[in-house]
Design a protein around this ligand. Structure first.
Ligand code: NAD
Ligand code: UGA
Length: 446
């Protein structure tokens, strides 16, 4: 059992804290956001994440998990301080490190004894060394030197399956100049029985960016193929299936749609491209990956404009606002981009999401937020599926047909089988479904 302090109680910090507690450690989660901490103490989660509330309450009751805004209390006796604060995009796409700096400075000012500082935030290559410098500079002079080591431990969890991803990771990556410190962090994960790669700081930091950029590249690749499929009469879902059987390619992250969004892919691809330019290389592929992603949203607007002649005063219903299912996160959500593009052309928007309505209310203007998918369909000239929530899989399409002013469906995630919809009378558009065949879950021939 180790004593751990986790700085930041967002998606990564809170999940990290509760999972380490569940593995038997004594964890204190710290945040500068007082309201967030007060609510956490009352058992109210700041984010929607399946299974999180129950796991937090179990571990608080077991006395292994506590919340505070006080660095002194959080660092008291801690052997490890995990930094899990946000690293949003700055003006030029660079990662904004102000919160990491504040966390490092607070550690420098308050920590005592020997501390292993583990960085879980996604940070530019070189940040581990920068954290070391900040702490050294702040501790020299009259105060006693702080004994510490910095370890990079990038996080690969996905929102919506965060607890499962933490508990059953594909790998743990650790980077440090201090191998002993990295090995100590490795011990925290040993019961998870997965490969643990110990490398140097900069390589670990790069593994995180390269992984996210590669996943985003796969999605942009399949979206480009989808657009070609549409023109040439092929079906991108079957193309992806056929490609995915090849073990060298694999089936994951080949779903064509409205493109990638969320709090990480957009900012991380941008930050990697920014790092590349800053150091004199040309990130041509990354630029194309981002451009293809932007065009995926524009392409839907183009298709709708074509189907409806123009979008002025047309009522467009949007199903799904979060950047993907099983989360209430709307940061860089394709649905939000799409709504802005449609509003620019005069469209009137009505929308619904199972979890993201509160967040959406904060950022969307002139959008009617509805209680049900059927209210979204009411009087609409087109219905767009932006996020493939389970709840949208089985809708009463006969009812929706009756409710809509024009029966046009734009399935931005290829969730529905086009044939039954067409037989009801809908005009159906998917993404890359040029062959208009629905997929039959083909099994490989034996
Ligand atoms: P988040 O915005 O949900 O949470 C960050 C938290 O840190 C906030 O609660 C904020 O109040 C707190 N904070 C800011 N400054 C602080 C300080 N000085 N001291 C204490 N707390 C402070 O962020 P997130 O989504 O959890 O992401 C955190 C980092 O992890 C980012 O670098 C992100 O790129 C990376 N990451 C995120 C995910 C994900 O799925 N969200 C996955 C892997 C990696
Ligand atoms: C992603 C990575 O998958 C995590 O490994 C990583 O830790 C995290 O970013 C991060 O660094 O924050 P996340 O953003 O939660 O996780 O969500 P993903 O499941 O990766 O989806 C990202 C976006 O890609 C979503 O908008 C999703 O709809 C889209 N996507 C995903 C597709 O369009 N097609 C696919 O085949 C897969």
């Amino acid at each position: 059992m180790s004593k751990i302090c986790v700085i930041g109680t967002g998606y990564v910090g809170l999940v990290t804290g509760v999972c380490f507690a569940d593995l038997g450690n004594e964890v204190t989660c710290l945040d500068v956001d007082q309201t967030r901490i007060e609510r956490l103490k009352q058992g109210i989660m700041p984010i929607y994440e399946p299974g999180l509330e129950q796991l937090v309450s179990q571990n608080v009751r077991a006395g292994r998990l506590a919340f505070t805004t006080d660095y002194r209390q959080a660092l008291d006796g801690a052997e490890f301080a995990f930094i899990a604060v946000g690293t949003p995009s700055g003006v030029d796409g660079e990662a904004d490190l102000q919160y990491v700096r504040m966390a490092a400075e607070a550690i420098a000012d308050i920590a005592k004894g020997y501390l292993i500082i583990v960085n879980k935030s996604t940070v530019p290559v070189g940040t581990g060394d920068w954290i070391t410098d900040i702490i050294r500079r702040r501790r020299n002079g009259t105060r006693p030197l702080l004994q510490f080591s910095v370890v990079s431990n990038p996080e690969f969890l996905r929102e919506g399956s965060a607890i499962n991803d933490f508990m059953y990771p594909d790998r743990i990556v650790l980077g440090s100049t201090d191998r002993q410190a990295a090995s100590k962090v490795a011990e925290l994960y040993v019961s998870l029985r997965c490969p643990i790669l110990i490398t140097d700081l900069r390589t670990a930091e790069m593994i995180k960016y390269a992984s996210n950029a590669f996943l985003a590249t796969r999605i942009s690749f399949i979206n480009e193929i989808a657009n070609i499929c549409e023109e040439l009469g092929a079906d991108v879902q079957e193309v992806a299936l056929g490609m995915g059987y090849d073990k060298r390619i694999g089936p994951a992250f080949l779903d064509a749609g409205l493109g990638w969004g969320g709090s990480c892919f957009p900012k991380d691809v941008k930050a990697l491209a920014h790092m590349a330019v800053l150091h004199g290389t040309q990130p041509q592929l990354l630029q194309a990956v981002m451009e293809i992603n932007r065009n995926q949203r524009r392409r839907v607007v183009y298709k709708l404009r074509k189907a409806l002649n123009n979008l002025d005063e047309k009522i467009i219903g949007i199903l799904g606002l979060s950047f993907k299912p099983n989360t209430d996160d709307i940061r860089e959500a394709p649905a939000i981009d799409l709504i802005h593009l449609l509003q620019n052309e005069g469209a009137i928007i009505q929308a619904y999401d199972p979890q993201a309505m509160e967040n959406a209310r904060q950022v969307l203007k002139r959008v009617k937020l509805c209680e049900t998918p059927y209210e979204v369909a009411q009087g609409a000239d087109a219905l767009v599926l932006a996020t493939e929530w389970n709840e949208f899989k089985q809708l009463d399409f006969e009812r929706i047909y009756q409710l809509m002013r024009q029966p046009i469906i734009m399935d931005g995630r290829n969730l529905w089988n086009p044939e039954p919809l067409r037989s009801i009378g809908f005009t159906y558009f998917g993404v890359g479904r040029g062959a208009d065949n629905h997929i039959n879950n083909h099994q490989p021939e034996t």
